[in-house]
Ligand binder design. Structure first.
Ligand code: TXA
Ligand code: MG
Length: 305
């Protein structure tokens, strides 16, 4: 088999793991229905088993076979799929996604990725594919093929190079449960864009909090300080906007949030390789896409919860 898509689909069917490019970050993919394959994902990442995985599907019809999508969920799907939105909805019993992938919950997270390679692999495989970010647990998500291979390449049978991830941050996660719609993880689909489709979002009650958001963060090895441009010798400043720091280390020299999101994890990882005494990140706006960028920065700096 010389076609990488077919090889990746065959690896999934054989219960092996793959590195799967998506538009957000690189994923570590496995057959969502195969508990042994899903167990390998948790093991390769060192991920706690209470933290459920996202089931990636080729289209909304396939999502509908594993999750109960109400009218609001359907509107979100129609507007944002394929794309960087994950919908958490009641799971349909016993179909497609094993218990371990759902961490035993009665809900399931589903997403139709925007990256053509991801959708081609899922379509060739025919079932749902769980794919957490391809980093080891607690590390920044990989947004380039090289970073993904460095993190979890040892654990996979097939690795697909889809180029640098256009979005660079993990998908927006929204729960649509019991008629309440809540933002569990900010991402490239912004709060304002969601509210334009479904109206005002509910507050996240503690019981509904995304299990993976409580204790984990995405930190490099170096300590991270945010919201300042003050640096000491031996520290690296990630700038934002014209004239802030060395352009080589800028999230976006022009002050563009999309560019900053696409560069953030890659620059954190590159800065970390220089073994600085700290990584310092200049202030970024906090509205629109800035909510997601700031969320990841707070986590990298250890300000979780
Ligand atoms: O962009 C993305 O979403 C990437 C790419 C590869 O698709 N994947 C990703 O997966 O970020 P992961 O496993 O790193 O993040 C999944 C998030 C976690 O915060 C997890 O707790 C949450 O989704 N989640 C999954 N199922 C859930 C559920 N049933 N209820 C609440 N949160 C859930
Ligand atoms: Mg992750």
């Amino acid at each position: 088999m010389s076609d990488p898509t077919a090889r990746a689909a065959a690896a999934l069917a054989a219960g092996e793991l793959i590195i799967l490019p998506t538009e957000t970050v690189y994923g570590l993919g496995a057959d969502a229905a195969n508990a042994q394959a899903v167990a390998k994902v948790f093991e390769a990442k060192g991920r706690p088993r209470f933290n459920p995985l996202i089931a990636h599907v080729a289209d909304a019809a396939q999502a509908d076979r594993i999750a109960v999508l109400d009218a609001a969920a359907r509107r979100l799907a129609a507007r944002f799929w394929p794309g960087p939105l994950t919908i958490v909805a009641p799971a349909r019993e016993g179909v497609g996604v094993c218990d371990l992938a759902r961490a035993g919950l009665d809900s399931v997270a589903v997403r139709v990725p925007g990256h053509a390679t991801a959708r081609a692999v899922i379509a060739a495989f025919g079932g749902a594919v769980v794919a957490p970010s391809a980093n080891r647990s607690g590390r920044p998500s990989p947004t380039t093929f090289a970073d993904a291979v460095e993190e979890t390449g040892h654990a996979v049978a097939e690795a697909l190079d889809g180029g640098p991830c256009a979005v660079g941050l993990e998908s927006t996660v929204v729960s649509v449960l019991d008629g309440r719609i809540a933002l569990l993880r900010p991402g490239a689909v912004t709060r304002v864009e969601l509210e334009a489709v479904v109206g005002r979002l509910s507050e996240v009650g503690d019981g509904r909090r995304s299990p993976g958001r409580v204790a984990l963060h995405y930190a490099p090895d170096a300590p991270v300080r945010i919201e300042t441009t003050q640096t000491a010798p031996g520290e690296i400043l990630l700038g934002f906007g014209p004239g802030v720091g060395d352009p080589r280390w800028s999230l976006s020299p022009s002050g563009d949030l999309r560019e900053a999101a696409a560069n953030l994890f890659r620059l954190l990882r590159e800065a970390d390789r220089e073994r600085p005494s700290a990584i310092v990140v200049a202030p970024v706006p906090k509205d629109g896409l800035g909510e997601a960028v700031f969320d990841r920065l707070r986590r990298a700096a250890g300000h979780v919860g």
